[in-house]
Ligand binder design. Structure first.
Ligand SMILES: *Cc1c(COP(=O)(O)O)cnc(C)c1O
Length: 372
């Protein structure tokens, strides 16, 4: 149970109702813009950050001191509870330069709502959707010059919330900070990936935190991923923690397969993160009249389909990579090569449609595009 009411469901609903008004954002601009010295169109993923960051602080039961300041280090107590117990959640989304030069963001309200779900599970006070949206909007307006325009590039947006109490006892914090940082990014994977079906280690278990974008899920995945990397794989395919018989997701991407012209993916639940890319691809597939199945997928079904030649496509879906084609699946010491990436008309179609909606080139029937 949460000791502090705002992190708990009933109270967080009350809190949200009380906080639908707009926030006053104080803006302190940098005197040392790094924009001129940055090669925007060849960014290394996650290494370059824009000039400013958004900050809001939670104390006394309220989000306050809302501001945009020059990007820079933050000061933290050595006893900070997040450093010890991973009281941290995050989001990831992207801003694009539209075909008409406008700044477009893909489904940011969905990220705002997902972060509130992560907050609830981690006993943190939710960041109201209004604060999340206002923060992103004002920050991107100020740093819009940082959005690259080469095909495949975008401005990555990383909102995150951390507990701030300088207290090493284990309990929900009284104080939190919410930040948004951004940085130009290019393609996440430059080539189709080799993945290994993991049947020993577990990422998420029923009743656990797998559905939340919270730090510990990722730190705990590093060791198994390193073992796989030593065997020559880029990524893992996680299986269910109980039997290891069902494929779940890939750690930062949801997994999708095309088998017999049907798009198949595992259902989201408490062990699989509800990816926005996943949801968008399912919708696009349905719009195109393709058969779609969200259901548990056995490892043996995938291996059998590869052997029979009915598995046509396999890919990861997530904001960072959008679609990461899988070229090889390793299972139980055997590597299975999948059909050539050039033959994958379905996923290439999804990618093309998604990219064109994101750039404003295609109609946006589901209201996914937010104009800054
Ligand atoms: C972020 C993430 C995804 C992908 O979600 P998107 O909203 O599509 O970016 C999938 N799985 C995990 C574990 C993630 O953290």
């Amino acid at each position: 149970m949460c000791r502090k009411p705002p992190g708990c469901l009933a109270d967080s609903v009350k809190l949200l109702a009380a906080m639908t008004d707009t926030f006053n954002i104080r803006i302190e601009k940098t005197n040392h813009s790094k924009l001129a010295e940055t090669d925007l169109n060849n960014p290394v993923f996650g290494k370059v950050y824009s000039d400013h960051m958004f900050v809001a602080e939670y104390h006394g039961g309220e989000w306050q001191d809302v501001r945009i300041v020059p990007y820079g280090d933050i000061k933290i107590s050595p006893a900070n509870t997040t450093l010890h117990y991973a009281s941290t959640i995050f989001e990831g989304l992207k801003a694009y330069r539209g075909v008409n030069g406008e700044t477009l963001i893909f489904r940011p309200q969905t990220n705002a709502r997902r972060m509130m779900k992560s907050a609830e599970r981690m006993c943190m006070p939710p960041v109201p959707e209004e604060l999340f949206m206002q923060g992103i909007t004002e920050l991107i307006r100020l740093d819009k010059g940082w959005i690259p325009d080469k095909a495949g590039t975008s401005l990555y947006i990383r909102p995150f919330q951390i507990a701030m109490d300088p207290y090493i006892g284990i309990r929900p914090s009284d104080t939190y900070s919410f930040y948004i940082i951004t940085g130009p990014v290019g393609a996440y994977y430059s080539e189709p990936v080799r993945v290994k079906i993991e049947t020993h280690y577990t990422r998420a278990a029923a009743g656990g935190t797998g559905f939340a974008k919270t730090g510990g899920n990722y730190a705990g995945a590093l060791y198994p991923a390193l073992q796989a990397a030593r065997q020559g794989y880029h990524q893992l395919i996680w299986t269910d923690g109980k039997t290891h018989e069902f494929v779940e997701e890939s750690g930062t991407m949801n997994l999708m397969f095309v088998i017999d012209d049907t798009l198949v993916t595992a259902p989201t639940g408490d062990t699989i993160l509800a990816g926005i890319t996943r949801d968008s691809i399912l919708q696009i597939a349905r719009d195109k009249g393709m058969k779609v199945e969200e259901r548990p997928i056995r490892v043996t079904e995938i291996i059998d389909a590869i052997k029979k030649g009915t598995l046509q496509e396999a890919f990861g879906a997530g904001t960072a990579a959008t679609i990461a084609q899988i070229k090889t699946i390793g299972h139980d010491g055997t590597d299975y090569d999948l059909p050539a990436v050039e033959s994958r008309i379905h996923s290439q179609g999804f990618l093309d449609t998604l990219n064109r909606i994101k750039s404003g080139e295609l109609a946006d029937p589901h209201g996914w595009i937010y104009k800054v």
